[in-house]
Write a protein that binds this ligand. Structure first.
Ligand code: 9D3
Length: 255
């Protein structure tokens, strides 16, 4: 079982991964436990404020340290009760933030080995730096575009990690390696009908010749990766079989 505690002022958003698809099933089957903790529940003022104006002035609001600190402390109690070792190498506090390390599959695979994670979602302009200094172990970004808060990034992170947990994907799916795992973009896919908008299914896919199909799919992957993601192609190390296929199609293999 992997444990997630999400700290967010919008816990209802997490219905999106609780109720649907692979993540929903993993939670139903208790391969994953997902708790949400609302820092608003740890405020003591009449208005239940979690944000305040920034010292030094300027636009926007900043999330206050105290309610978040109490939320993280409760998350650690819950994580421990679920069997997590609390040291950061087993159950880190992860802050979703534009300043973080960009999430990629290598990071996801590292995270799939944790006992659990405490995911901290910011809103407004950000979080008081002292809370971050005291509590945060890892900072993760989805990339260089502006979102409204950390909730969607937290769900993206959980989705990507949950898919990597043993027993979550069917036997069927776990054999099928995704693009990125082998370092190339995916090949095109086709299903019924055999003709759509005058476009036929490539004949090789109807031939039943599994060797030719495997070669065709790999060559499609190679062409797409060369055209769309030269950075991935640069890093790709083909097998002997793949080198043969590439050479037979006149695709350059020397680096
Ligand atoms: C427009 C405001 N920005 C400059 C003054 C700072 C800013 C603050 C808070 C920008 C974004 C956010 C909210 N974003 C996230 O919490 C976030 C995020 C993102 O925006 N992009 C990519 N990954 C992530 S992870 C968390």
């Amino acid at each position: 079982m992997m444990y997630f505690a999400v700290i967010s002022i919008f816990p209802e958003m997490f219905a999106a991964i609780r109720q649907f698809g692979i993540t929903g099933r993993a939670i139903d089957q208790q391969q994953v436990v997902l708790d949400t903790i609302n820092p608003r529940d740890f405020t003591t003022d009449n208005y239940h404020r979690v944000d305040e104006r920034p010292f030094g002035g300027g636009p926007g609001m900043v999330m206050m340290a105290e309610p978040l600190a109490l939320a993280i402390e409760q998350a650690k109690v819950k994580a421990k009760a679920q069997g997590c070792r609390l040291e950061p190498q087993y159950c880190p506090v992860v802050y979703l933030s534009p300043q973080g390390r960009v999430l990629e599959e290598t990071v996801v695979l590292e995270m799939a080995d944790y006992d659990g994670m405490i995911l901290l979602c910011g809103r407004y302009e950000g979080i008081d730096e002292r809370l971050l200094a005291q509590y945060v172990d890892i900072e993760i970004s989805l990339g260089d575009y502006v979102l409204s808060g950390g909730e969607l990034p937290a769900m993206v992170l959980m989705d990507s990690v949950i898919r990597r947990l043993p027993g979550v994907m069917g036997d069927d799916q776990s054999a099928v390696q995704d693009s990125f795992v082998d370092g190339l973009l995916d090949c095109p896919h086709y299903t019924k009908p055999k003709l759509f908008c005058d476009m036929p299914v490539p004949e090789v896919l109807l031939s039943g010749h599994h060797g030719n199909i495997a070669k065709w799919r790999f060559v499609q992957q190679a062409r797409r990766t060369i055209a769309r993601r030269p950075d991935l192609w640069q890093a790709f190390v083909p097998s002997k079989q793949q080198v043969k296929w590439l050479q037979s199609e006149g695709i350059e293999t020397t680096r």
